[in-house]
Design a protein around this ligand. Structure first.
Ligand code: SME
Length: 204
């Protein structure tokens, strides 16, 4: 699979300085410093369609770590940014690896299933194959786990830290075929931004 230079291929991961080398301010962010995060990273085209500026979204996600780089606040705010910036989502969030399976992490949307075994569902497939899953119709995906019956399409991107996968980014839409290759590559850029700034040392 072709990846942009900010995605998280194995070669790129091997060169990454890792979360322990990150410089981040100890001072709390002032309200005005959060202003740039309040601008949704999507634009409205004249024909009424809107698309996401994933580079801007990734930059916003990177800045989330400036006050506290621990994965919990970074992923909590990242799920809010994704939900706001990617049109037509009903669920956006994260599952994290714990004791060899995925456990529900920060998210926006309806109450979701708590545990997902590796290899099960779209999330488990992303972990098993260490590969982004782009699913145009979840009802045609063998083993899809329906947390929200409104979901019809889905993208799941693995997130890496240390020597392996620490979790997945999951985005669901009520629209069939909502996500295309650009969305999948864009969400990989967002996942790479998270890998770069978030401190997963208590998970990895
Ligand atoms: N549909 C996912 C389960 C997680 S929910 O979409 C939030 C899956 O099949 O793994």
């Amino acid at each position: 699979m072709e990846r942009t230079d900010e995605t998280h291929g194995k070669a790129k991961r091997a060169q990454s300085p890792g979360p322990t080398h990150l410089a981040h301010s100890q001072a709390p962010m002032r309200p005005q410093e959060l202003e740039h995060l309040r601008e949704p990273a999507h634009t409205q085209a004249p024909n009424g369609t809107s698309s996401t500026d994933y580079s801007l979204l990734a930059a916003q996600v990177r800045s989330l770590s400036e006050e506290d780089a621990h994965w919990l606040p970074v992923l909590a705010n990242a799920s809010a940014l994704i939900m706001e910036s990617v049109p037509n989502l009903n669920w956006a969030g994260f599952y994290l690896m714990r004791d060899g399976r995925l456990v529900l992490g920060p998210f926006q949307g309806k109450v979701a299933c708590v545990h997902i075994e590796v290899g099960r569902g779209v999330c488990g497939a992303a972990v098993k194959h260490d590969e982004t899953q782009l699913v145009a119709n979840v009802h045609e995906f063998a083993g899809h786990i329906a947390c929200d019956s409104a979901s019809n399409s889905e993208v799941v991107v693995p997130i890496h830290a240390g020597n392996g996968i620490v979790g997945v980014l999951d985005a669901d839409s009520p629209l069939l075929g909502r996500f295309d290759e650009d969305d999948a590559r864009g969400l990989e850029v967002v996942a790479a931004a998270i890998e770069k700034v978030a401190d997963f040392s208590d998970l990895a």
